[in-house]
Design a protein around this ligand. Structure first.
Ligand code: CA
Ligand code: CA
Length: 370
């Protein structure tokens, strides 16, 4: 009884107003369940990068029912945001990205119609970057496509083909010419090219995310994942991964890994659980260096921003511990009792430091509490 009372008091004193924001908290939500505009099976979300038209806006790819790419200028403070339709389609789309010329790259993965297009600001197709049919892959579909930003293949197109288990680079000047290719494990569903030229691939069925060099050697791999669909290498060297779980399983989650001194992945933890078949992940860096995550929670029909636990800045000197004295006055069985608690609080965790908690019952009530 006393312990419960004291624990409650500590919470009230350290976190006035009901508690500070913990990592994993939803800071902004777009779509269900808040009502208003909803996203129709958003497969992916990206934060448009600095230097590109629309920088900071979100590009959301809706896959089912309403098949659109929309651009949202988020209002992270007041909620919601301004929305405009970039492209309205009749077939499925999985991913999209903003190009330096202001146009948008879209990926149509539909079986038998695997194509990657560039659409202009008016929503008209202006270029076909890739056509699976032209390669005799009528039963396959391109599931991811990126224009490579840096490295030896900058400007060319990275394509991820889910059913033929391959990732390859298409010549920007000749769509039938492959500049590089590799076989992957089963069901590669996304790939990103890194500034150093390496490629990060998420393999759904082999439950793996890996970074490979262009010579095919593996830099690292993280195995045992539950249907991974997207991965982001963070500015602090960590890797964040979206595990989809399964269709309508609500077992989707965001997990984060770091690397030990030997380069082996070590799980930091699960930042968010209970997602419904999520497929897309990106991040934003806050003014204080904290990395927050933007997530396409696909079958919950929403995009949201979640508070991360990593920081791009190294940790500063530890905050000093906080000495605290709590006077509690309570009625217990009609008898009024006064308890004084002295404790030292760890200012980082907000929890009592070990062996610092002393409490004693007082006679009477101190004058200022009467
Ligand atoms: Ca990609
Ligand atoms: Ca992503």
């Amino acid at each position: 009884m006393r312990r419960i009372l004291i624990a409650t008091l500590i919470c009230l004193f350290i976190f006035p107003g009901g508690g500070g924001a913990d990592s994993g908290d939803i800071l902004w939500n777009y779509g269900l369940p808040t009502g208003g505009s909803y996203n129709s099976y958003p497969y992916d979300v990206i934060v448009i990068k600095e230097g590109l038209p629309g920088a900071g806006n979100l590009l959301i790819t809706e896959m089912h029912n309403r098949r659109r790419v929309i651009e949202v200028t988020p209002d992270y403070v007041n909620g919601g945001g301004a929305e405009k339709v970039v492209y309205d389609n009749s077939v499925k789309m999985t991913r999209s990205e903003r190009l330096s010329n202001g146009n948008t790259l879209i990926v149509e993965p539909h079986e038998g119609h695997g194509r990657i297009w560039e659409v202009n600001a008016s929503g008209s197709k202006v270029r076909k970057w890739y056509d699976a049919d032209a390669e005799g892959k009528g039963s396959d579909g391109a599931l991811d496509g990126d224009i490579i930003k840096d490295g030896p293949y900058a400007g060319h197109l990275l394509v991820t083909m889910r059913y033929s288990n391959e990732v390859f680079i298409i010549d920007k000047d000749n769509p039938t010419n492959r500049l590089w290719e590799c076989s992957t494990g089963s069901n590669p569903v996304s790939a990103d090219a890194l500034p150093n030229g390496n490629i990060v691939i998420a393999e759904r069925n082999t439950k793996k995310v890996k970074e490979i060099r262009l010579d095919g050697t593996v830099v690292w791999e993280i195995t045992g994942l539950d249907a991974p669909y997207d991965a982001e290498l963070l500015p602090n060297g960590h890797v964040a991964i979206i595990e989809s779980g399964g269709y309508y399983s609500s077992q989707g989650r965001l997990v984060e890994f770091k690397f030990d001194k030997d380069g082996n992945p070590v799980k930091v933890g699960e930042l968010i659980t209970g997602l419904n078949y999520p497929h897309g992940l990106d991040f934003v860096i806050r003014d204080d260096g904290r990395i927050d995550f933007v997530i396409a929670d696909t079958c919950n029909n929403r995009i949201f921003l979640a508070e991360g636990w990593s920081s791009t800045t190294p940790p500063g000197p530890p905050s000093p511990p906080i000495p605290l004295t709590i006077i509690s006055i309570a009625n217990q069985g009609g008898v009024r009792r006064t308890v004084m608690l002295e404790v030292t609080i760890d200012s980082t965790t907000g929890l009592p430091l070990p062996n610092t908690m002393n409490w004693r019952e007082m006679k009477g009530v101190p004058a200022k509490f009467r």
